[in-house]
Design a protein around this ligand. Structure first.
Ligand SMILES: [Fe+2]
Length: 212
């Protein structure tokens, strides 16, 4: 005898893509050199994100990174079931965080996806006795559905209003551009170097959902 079956829908999921890239040693050295040169010329490199786009540079390392990002976007679109042509451009910028540098909670308006490739992350974040919940050099993402944890109980999927990652060199991550995220302070004496990017769609009318 079978009773009525229960249906549980997983509504409004948030996609976060993580991919560890292979053969990173050579390109990372070259990307590090490039970012350090830019940083020497511009102490506000990280906030002047309009003017330093590594994805516009023709070099083995930047070409490699462009190819990896494009490939991962293709894999993502396929995985979520987008089966029509999508055309985009990548707008990137370099970030070099010294001791104490962080990025306040923010999202990336006017873009489709946003992401970061990590070139160099300090191993030890702590250089003095600090509280146990300090998470130097991590990145935290916040549940876009406001206050869904208010009624959550242990073990349900909405208990944690945040998701935190300590990136490793070679990690590529991207997410919907509207997702709020916070980059925790660098508390080490070493620099933290990454290349962030926005995926901006070149508009096509066939992107519009069909109204039924
Ligand atoms: Fe960001």
């Amino acid at each position: 005898m079978t009773g009525p079956s229960i249906e549980i829908l997983d509504l409004w999921p948030t996609k976060l893509v993580r991919k560890m890239l292979d053969s990173i040693e050579e390109p990372n050295l070259a990307l590090l050199k490039l970012v350090r040169e830019w940083d020497k010329a511009n102490r506000n490199l990280t906030t002047d994100y309009h003017d330093n786009n590594p994805f516009e540079i023709d070099s083995p390392a930047t070409n490699w990174l462009r190819g990896e990002v494009n490939q991962a976007i293709v894999e993502y679109l396929q995985a979520i079931g987008i089966d029509f042509p999508v055309d985009w451009q990548i707008h990137g910028w370099a970030s070099l965080n010294r001791t104490g540098d962080y990025h306040d909670n923010h999202n990336h308006p006017h873009c489709y996806l946003s992401g970061t490739y990590y070139v160099k992350v300090p191993k030890s974040g702590l250089n003095r006795r600090q509280r146990g919940d300090v998470r130097p050099n991590h990145i935290t993402f916040y549940d876009p559905r406001t206050a869904f944890n208010m009624q959550s109980i242990k073990a349900d999927p909405y208990v944690e209003p945040e998701f935190t990652v300590l990136p490793q060199p070679g990690l590529l991550m991207f997410w919907p551009a509207g997702l709020m995220h916070f980059v925790h302070p660098n508390l080490s004496d070493e620099t933290r170097v990454s290349i962030s990017f926005n995926i901006i769609l070149k508009w096509a009318d066939h992107y519009l959902p069909t109204q039924e």
